[in-house]
Write a protein that binds this ligand. Sequence first.
Ligand SMILES: Nc1nc2c(ncn2[C@@H]2O[C@H](COP(=O)(O)OP(=O)(O)O)[C@@H](O)[C@H]2O)c(=O)[nH]1
Ligand SMILES: [Mg+2]
Length: 380
Amino acid sequence: MDRINVLVVGNSGVGKSTLIEAVSGAQIETGVGEASTKNITVYDSTTWPIRFIDTKGFEYSLIEQIKTINQVKKYSKENLTSNDSGIDAVWYCVEGTSRRMFYHNINLMNKLLRGWKNIPIFAVITKSYSLADEKENIEEVSKAFARGKAVNLQRIIPVVAMAYQIDDETIVEPKGIEELCNATIECAPEAKRISKENVARMILLQKRHTANAVNAGATTAAVIVGAVPIPFADSAILVPLETGLTKAILKIYNVNIRGDLVSAIVGSAAITNVARATLSALKTIPNIATSALNAVVAGVFVAALGEAIIALAENIYTGKIDQTKIEEVVKFVESKIKSNVVLQKLVRYMGDNSENLKDKAPKEIYDNVVKEITDGKKEN
Ligand SMILES: Nc1nc2c(ncn2[C@@H]2O[C@H](COP(=O)(O)OP(=O)(O)O)[C@@H](O)[C@H]2O)c(=O)[nH]1
Ligand SMILES: [Mg+2]
C-alpha cells in the first residue's frame, strides 16, 4: 500500500517533533533536498504506512509560515502523487496546557491550509498530561472548529507523546499515539486493504516502542538515583521509581491495574534479592567506587524489571496471562529478570573490565556495560 502523507502543523514548541518521534519506527527520510526544505523534515515510519512532514515556523512570523507552506507544496509536487495536493491528512497540534489559544491557533492553521479543501484533519491535543482538563479541552477544540469555516475535521485526540514525570512515583504514561495513527490510516481509501491482523500488529509494535521509551527514561533516572552513597539494595530508594515504571507500562497496554498487583511485583523478596545478590557479587570488584557500582546495578536492574513488565503486559494484553493470578504474575516477572542477559553477565563483565571502567561516570559505565554485553549476545 502507498504511504499516507501526513502534514504536521502547529506552533513551535507544541510537540510536533516529539510526537513524530514517538511513532514507532519513524526515521528521518534522507534525500530530501537541503536549501529548499529548510522548514520541513520528512519521516517514514517502518511500523505504520505513514510518511510525516514535520514543519517549522508556524508562529510569529507570517513570512516563515508562508515559506513553510511553499516548501511543503514544492516537496509534495516533486515527491508525492497520491492526490492533487499530495497530502492525505493533516495533524493540527495544539497544546493541552494553553486552552485560551485554541481558537486563535486553529483559525490560523485553517487560513494557511485554505488551498487544500476537504483534506481530513486530526486535531491533536499535545501534552495532555492532565486528565482533569481532557474533557474541557476536547470541547474547546470542537467549539473552535465550529466557530470557523467548515473543514473536514475527523477526530480530536488528546496525546502524551513522551512520558511526563510528575514526581518520584507518578509518571504520566504516553497515550493516544496508536489511536491517532490508526484513525489516520483508516481515513485513507487504501486502508480497506490492510488486514485486521496487520493493524493489530502495528498497534502492538507501537505499544512496545512506547513502553521501551518509558523504560529507557526510568533506567536513566535509576542510574542517577542509584549513585547516591547508600547501598540501594538494602533500602527502599528505588521503590517509587519501580512503582511508577510498572504502572506506566501496564497502562500503555491497557491493563486494568488491580489493587496489589504492582506492590506485589515491586515488593517481591525474590525479585529484590536478584538485585541484592548482584550488588554483593560486585562488591569484590576493585577500582570502581561503590556509588558507581550501585548506580550501574540500579540501572541494569530497573531496565531488566522494565523489560520483564513489558513481556508481562504483552502476555496479559494478548490474553496469555491472567493478571488476577498475582502469584503467577510475580513468578513470571521473577523468571524474566533472572534470565536477563545483561544482569547475568554484569558481574563477570565488570570484573574483567574494571581497569578500563574505573575513571568513568556511572552513566558512562552503565551505557558501556549494556552495549558490550548486548553486542556480545548478538555474536553468540
Ligand atoms: N514530557 C513530554 N514533553 C514533551 C511532550 N511533547 C513535547 N514535549 C516537550 O516540549 C518541547 C517542545 O517539543 P518539540 O517536539 O520540539 O516541539 P515542536 O517545536 O512542535 O517540534 C520539548 O522540550 C519536548 O521535550 C510530551 O508528550 N511529553
Ligand atoms: Mg520541531
